[in-house]
Write a protein that binds this ligand. Structure first.
Ligand SMILES: [Mg+2]
Length: 241
């Protein structure tokens, strides 16, 4: 049995994700402009509806595409068949986007394998799409478990900790999202490690509920030193400012 649990976010922590949503948005703006819509109006509508839809449709690539389709029918009613085909292709590009791991991911996970820590990739969204990306990432040989929940929040995290039979103070959560990774971790009393990424989706931005307790890293390979210190019960990795 492992006393320690390491939960690692997937999208924009282990591999690129927001990049491909940005490309999808770009392709959609192109298509809508070709259909005679005003680019800025489409962009503003996409950003607004993207946030509004979350409570209704949940997270994921298909719900995002459903939102784009709805916007197309609103702003360019009766689209020609070529535009519908283009939308299918835009969706295919998003769902089948290449899985590109961030620098240091493999070497860091390889090192962590030797530590007495159970490691799980912890992600949210559509089960089949997330599973497909995980399989294509090749990370299944580096981690012990793959956990998908519809939405990452305090309740979901509490369930994961109960299932794993691990005390929150023995759990480390690594992720790029203040809202889905860091604040739930802080709420339950786990160790929160924030990976700073250039791209983080607007809906994932949020103030930290306890900024002084967040460990910030710029690169994934800094995780090894943090884990070493944590396992030695050296709390100096936690900032006090
Ligand atoms: Mg993420």
């Amino acid at each position: 049995m492992n006393d320690y649990l390491l939960l690692i976010d997937a999208d924009d922590t282990l591999w690129e994700s927001a990049l491909f949503f940005e490309r999808t948005e770009h392709d959609f703006l192109c298509l809508m402009t070709a259909l005679g819509a005003a680019e800025e109006e489409v962009r503003r509508t996409v950003h607004r509806k993207d946030i509004e839809r979350l409570a209704i449709t949940g997270y994921g690539a298909r719900p995002y595409m459903d939102t784009l389709r709805m916007i197309m029918l609103d702003l360019a009613p009766g689209p020609p068949s070529w535009a519908l085909t283009a939308m299918d292709d835009i969706q295919k590009n998003l769902l089948d986007h290449p899985v590109i791991l961030f620098p240091g991911v493999i070497s860091t996970l390889e090192g962590i394998k030797n530590l007495p820590v159970k490691t799980a990739v912890y992600t949210m969204g559509e089960k089949d799409h997330q599973t497909d990306k995980f399989e294509r990432s090749g990370l299944n040989t580096y981690v012990d478990e793959f956990i998908i929940v519809p939405i990452k929040n305090v309740n979901a995290l509490t369930d994961v900790l109960v299932d794993a039979d691990v005390e929150p103070s023995n759990c480390i959560i690594v992720g790029n999202s203040p809202r889905s990774d860091i604040n739930p971790a802080l709420s339950v009393g786990a160790i929160a490690v924030h990976v700073v990424r250039d791209r983080t989706w607007a809906a994932e931005r949020e103030d930290f509920i306890d900024p002084g307790s967040v460990v910030t890293i710029e690169s994934f390979n800094e995780l090894t030193g943090i884990l070493d210190n944590f396992l030695k019960n050296d709390n100096s990795y936690i900032k006090n400012d």
